[in-house]
Design a protein around this ligand. Structure first.
Ligand code: GLY
Length: 309
């Protein structure tokens, strides 16, 4: 039995672990753990309190995957509901689809009986206003001070994410029956173009789990993980017999083919193999992740390996 998470997942570890300890499933554990992070207003990269898009709207992405069956559910650009992971879980459970976005995802959340709410907290709104005020020249705005629609694409290039797309939460669990599940949730790149999806809701990019080999989940610059299919690559390298750390390093080396200067490649992931070995890797030094295994009273923090692209 094992639960691992990106460091900001610490607030959800107890909820996930309680489910595993009670012989619950890995799928239930990662959903419950993720919900705690989505509730945390201090985490500006996930759920309630997440940083908004260019227009000040919080748009959430999430995905969940069951390694025993390869079933997956995901939502993208969901507005007005704080638990995208639970909407994603119900996509997995109830629909013949994998991914719902935008108004369709919100419609489904409403149908599930979830309550819509304003997710933009005062600190997140303040950071958004301050971030744009310092960056965008006057000609981007109309008389009311709002960004003009025709300037959005250019504004996306000028506005800077205050957390440099480093947020997002990842959980991977292995339950007492040996089954693996993974979950990812994010508010994405702050000040993003409205409708932008990152890697988190894209199965294979930011999230992948397969009981036969293992699982991986990403944080960092989602566009890179989409282009290189990073989470699935880790699992595929495991399938081809790589040891866990080597599989992660190989997936990071694949990012090198994207032709970006290494200083622009910000990528991190957590990974688990079917034997319960775990590790986490980042292009940035000093990053950590958290884990809890049988016999531990609470979770512990470990350093991530630094990998080159
Ligand atoms: N990795 C999260 C994102 O790029 O949205």
């Amino acid at each position: 039995m094992l639960l691992i998470a990106s460091a900001n997942g610490a607030v959800g570890m107890a909820a996930g672990w309680a489910i595993l300890q009670a012989d619950g499933t890995a799928l239930d554990a990662v959903e419950a753990a993720t919900r705690k992070v989505e509730d945390n207003p201090k985490d500006h990269s996930v759920g309630y309190g997440g940083y908004p898009n260019l227009l000040g709207e919080v748009e959430l992405d999430a995905s969940i995957m069951e390694g025993a069956t390869l079933r997956a559910g995901a939502v993208g650009a969901l507005r007005g509901f704080r638990h995208p992971i639970s909407v994603a879980r119900q996509v997995l459970e109830q629909l013949p689809h994998v991914l719902l976005v935008g108004e369709g995802a919100a419609r489904f959340a409403t149908e599930l009986g979830m309550q819509p709410e304003n997710l933009l907290t005062p600190p997140a709104e303040q950071a958004w206003r301050a971030g744009l005020a310092g960056r965008l020249p006057e000609e981007f705005r109309d008389a009311q001070g709002q960004i003009m629609e025709r300037m959005l694409a250019r504004a996306t290039r000028l506005a800077t994410d205050p957390e440099r797309v480093a947020g997002t939460v990842n959980f991977i669990a292995q339950d007492a029956a040996g089954h693996i599940a993974s979950a990812v949730s994010t508010s994405g790149w702050a000040w993003k173009y409205p409708g932008r999806l990152g890697d988190s809701p894209i199965i294979g990019a930011g999230n992948y789990a397969d009981d036969r080999y293992g699982a991986a989940a990403c944080t960092g610059w989602g566009e890179l993980a989409i282009r290189a299919s990073t989470a699935r690559s880790v699992v595929m390298y495991l399938q081809h017999g790589y040891a866990l750390e080597d599989a992660c390093r190989a997936a990071f080396r694949d990012l090198g083919a994207l032709g970006l200067p290494p200083e622009h490649c910000l990528m991190s992931l957590i990974a688990l193999d079917r034997h319960g070995q775990h590790c986490a890797v980042s292009t940035a030094p000093g990053r950590t992740y958290v884990y809890q295994a049988q016999g531990m009273a609470s979770h512990a923090e470990l350093p991530r390996l630094v990998a080159e692209v």
